[in-house]
Every structure is written in structure tokens, then in C-alpha cells.
Ligand binder design. Structure first.
Ligand code: IMP
Length: 429
């Protein structure tokens, strides 16, 4: 039995929440390893819908869940989310949730800086304004506060002085008042007793789990095209979203990552700014958006939509380390007489089989499509291959061929049970 790591293989919003929830039934521990409350994972169980942002999706099935050291954590948002899921009937206590002691905290000044930058920029990145980028900057700049600091409140003033020394220069530059150290200390003192019970060691718990032979599911957020190194820079998030980050962001050996499942939507969407070669700014794009309910879970922003881009996914399977994919939202393509798939690009008339690293070149790409005959029947709610129209099966097979990775799971509705398992990711190796 291997562990499984789940990552997004496009620009996010591929339906990771549902797949992770489905897989967490077969895991004993679920671990988040990067990102923060910029993520939005929607899980539908019967008539209940849970929207998770920081909490690992394992909490829905009452599984032991860890927020790893690679995550940046807004402690106020975390408590709010625990309160919200509590109201919906899920009790999240320190018995099931651990927050890594060495995870970096997202503070109000990070959110403020995120917003100031977006407002001032002539070329906006379209961030979620959750303070994620500024928090990671402070981590790398070695001036961040970490969860463990909430256990030693007397050390806060010195750490905050150091942090504000940096932030107040920036705030001044943006014409904003300086951050108030006393107010921040008071807010952290107030929240500390509520957060401290959750604080623990990610690496030690996972080492114990490995020794006990427990199965671990590593839950990625965002997606490979938003990866700080491998994505469409600078229109990316501030963390590594590839599978390799699961090791660094949780404190385990790279050998513990197990089988890597890339989540792939049957078409393409993107929220926020940046290049998107197969984007459709026409009726077909609108139709995909309407049928797929393509609005951001976190910000409510309308997602940009387009045809499936096999060039991108072929590349993200390589850079992300994907062994097999879970293909989601196939039902959104039901009823299209012709479905298009991008097989390569033209850049200034030259054929290209990959995404170039240069942002200006990315913006000039012309997608070249292959047309595939659609299907009139419904794939919604299908639970076996036999339930799928023949042309839908053909589409899936063609996607596999073009991206060079097999389909392990197929999701045919938001409901947990509407999932076809082609091969068990936990048994793959
Ligand atoms: P940030 O992560 O808030 O800094 O935003 C950077 C970019 O990543 C923006 O284009 C966001 O829309 C995008 N982004 C961040 N998190 C997600 C997500 O969970 N799904 C989809 N896009 C995301």
C-alpha cells in the first residue's frame, strides 16, 4: 500500500476537494502541505456541501488531519472555518487536527499588503488578497511569525518589532499608516489560547505513522500552472504546488509521497489574470462556465473558461510528477456536438509542443485544435464505464493519449459516489 499525493494539474479548481474526500476514506491521515486560505475545496456529501479553505479535506470523514509546515496559516480564518464546519455538524478538535508548529502565520498586515499591491499595480496579478504572497515573502525573508511563537507570548514583541521594521517601510511607500505593534500583540495574545491546543509536530506524527504502516494522503492546493517555479510566472501563487513539495511541506522523505494523482478538468478554467491559450471569450466559453458553475469558491469571481489544453497537461504531468490523473466534470461536456482539444500551439507561425517560459511568448500562443465528436447521452452520475456514451469513452482515451498519463479516476458529478475507479491510486505501486 502506497501513500497518495493529490495535486491540481491545471490552474486550480479542478475538483480536488471531491477527489481528496473520496480518497480520504481509504487513508488514515490527510495532510495539507502548501498554500493557505487562498484555496477553496468544495465537498458534497448527500445534501450537505462543505467549503474548506485551510482545513485538510480529511476532516469531513473525521480523519486525522495535519496542516503541514509548508502551509501559511491565518489563525483567525482557521478558527472561523472550524466554527463554520462545526455549525454544519463537523467537530474539529485537537484530537483530529494538528497545526505544524513551524507553519508560518498570515497576519492582517499581510492581507493589507496584498491588497495595497494589487490596487497600486498597473499589471494586476489577480490574487485572492488573502495575504498569501506577503506571508511567504516574510518566511523566506526570515522575519515571519510561526505557530510555535503563539506558545511563547513574551517573545512576541521582539519578533514583531523586527517584522514591522520591514512592513512599515513598505506601508509608508504605499501611503498607508504604520502597523500598530501593540494592537497586533494584543490580537495574537487573544487568539493564542484557542490555537495553541492544535499545535504539534507534523514530521514526528508522520514518522510515527510511517512506522505504524498507516496510509497518508497528501492534499495539494492550487495547481501546477500556479506553481512559483513551474507555473505561468508572474501570474502564479507564491508556493510550490508540485508533488515534490509534499515532502518539504510536511517533513517526510520524498519516498513517502507515494502515487501522485493529478486532478484534471475535462476542459480548462482559470481565475485571476495571466495567459490562457485556449480561453474562449464567446458563447461556448459562457456555456462551459454556466454548465460548470465556474465561480471561484474563495472570491466568487467568475472563472475564465476554454477547451481542454493537452499541451499544458502533458507538461504539468511531467513537472508536477503525476503518475495518473483523475478526470473531473466530464458531464459539463454532455450535449456539445463537437468538442475541441488543443494538441499544440503556433508561436509566430512555428509549431510548439510545450508552454514557453517567457510570459510574452505565452501571451502570443495560438492554439491548434483537434475536433472530437461529442455525445448526446448523459455522463452525469455515471458510476461505471458501461454507463458512459461511446464517444465520451473515446474522448477520455484521446485525452490519455495526448497527455501521456492514464486516467485512474473519473468524476461524473460533485457527489462523492459518482466516481469511477479505473485503478486504485493506493495500490498503484
Ligand atoms: P494568491 O495565491 O492569492 O497570491 O493568488 C495568485 C494567483 O493564484 C491568482 O491568479 C489566484 O486567482 C490564483 N489562485 C490562488 N489560489 C487558487 C485556488 O485555490 N484556485 C484557483 N486559483 C487560485
Amino acid at each position: 500500500m502506497a501513500n497518495v499525493t493529490v495535486i491540481g494539474a491545471q490552474w486550480g479548481d479542478e475538483g480536488k476537494g471531491k477527489i481528496i474526500d473520496w480518497l480520504s476514506n481509504r487513508a488514515e491521515i490527510v495532510v495539507r502541505f502548501q498554500g493557505g486560505n487562498n484555496a477553496g475545496h468544495t465537498i458534497v456529501v448527500g445534501d450537505k456541501t462543505y467549503k474548506l479553505s485551510l482545513l485538510p479535506s480529511g476532516v469531513v470523514q473525521g480523519k486525522r488531519s495535519i496542516i503541514g509546515n509548508g502551509v501559511v496559516v491565518d489563525p483567525w480564518s482557521l478558527l472561523e472555518e472550524i466554527g463554520k464546519v462545526g455549525a454544519a455538524g463537523l467537530t474539529v478538535t485537537p484530537d483530529i487536527l494538528t497545526l505544524a508548529e513551524n507553519a508560518v502565520l498570515v497576519l492582517p498586515l499581510h492581507r493589507e499588503l496584498d491588497a495595497m499591491r494589487e490596487e497600486a499595480a498597473s499589471q494586476k496579478l489577480g490574487t485572492t488578497k488573502r495575504g498569501i504572497g506577503p506571508a511567504y515573502e516574510d518566511k523566506v525573508g526570515r522575519r515571519a511569525l510561526r505557530a510555535i511563537d503563539l506558545k511563547d507570548l513574551n517573545s512576541l514583541p521582539a519578533k514583531i518589532e523586527r517584522l514591522l521594521g520591514h512592513h512599515n517601510v513598505l506601508r509608508k511607500g504605499f501611503g498607508h499608516p504604520e502597523a500598530n505593534a501593540q494592537a497586533l500583540i494584543a490580537a495574537l495574545r487573544e487568539i493564542a489560547p484557542k490555537i495553541v491546543p492544535f499545535i504539534g509536530s507534523s514530521w514526528r506524527q508522520l514518522d510515527a505513522a510511517r512506522r505504524a504502516g498507516k496510509r497518508v494522503l497528501f492534499e495539494g492546493a492550487q495547481a501546477v500552472l500556479l506553481d512559483i517555479d513551474h507555473g505561468t510566472y508572474p501570474f502564479v501563487t507564491s508556493s510550490n504546488t508540485v508533488a515534490g513539495q509534499a515532502a518539504a511541506g510536511a517533513g517526510v522523505s520524498p519516498r513517502q509521497i507515494g502515487t501522485v494523482l493529478g486532478i484534471v478538468k475535462s476542459y480548462t478554467t482559470r481565475v485571476g489574470e495571466g495567459p490562457f491559450p485556449t480561453e474562449l471569450k464567446d458563447e461556448t466559453g459562457e456555456k462551459l462556465g454556466e454548465r460548470g458553475h465556474e465561480f471561484g469558491t474563495v472570491t466568487g469571481r467568475k472563472r475564465r473558461c476554454g477547451w481542454f489544453d493537452a499541451v499544458l497537461v502533458r507538461q504539468t504531468c511531467i513537472t508536477g510528477g503525476v503518475d495518473g490523473i483523475a478526470l473531473t466534470k466530464l458531464d459539463v461536456l454532455d450535449g456539445f456536438s463537437t468538442i475541441k482539444v488543443c494538441t499544440h500551439y503556433l508561436l509566430d507561425g512555428q509549431k510548439l509542443d510545450h508552454l514557453p517560459a517567457d510570459a510574452n511568448e505565452q501571451a502570443r500562443l495560438v492554439p491548434v485544435y483537434e475536433s472530437i465528436e461529442g455525445w448526446s447521452g448523459s455522463t452525469q452520475g455515471a458510476r461505471s464505464w458501461a454507463d458512459l456514451p461511446a464517444n465520451a469513452v473515446k474522448y477520455v482515451r484521446r485525452v490519455e493519449e495526448l497527455i501521456g498519463a492514464p486516467v485512474s479516476l473519473l468524476s461524473t458529478s460533485p457527489d462523492r459516489d459518482d466516481t469511477i475507479m479505473v485503478s486504485d491510486p493506493f495500490m498503484d505501486r
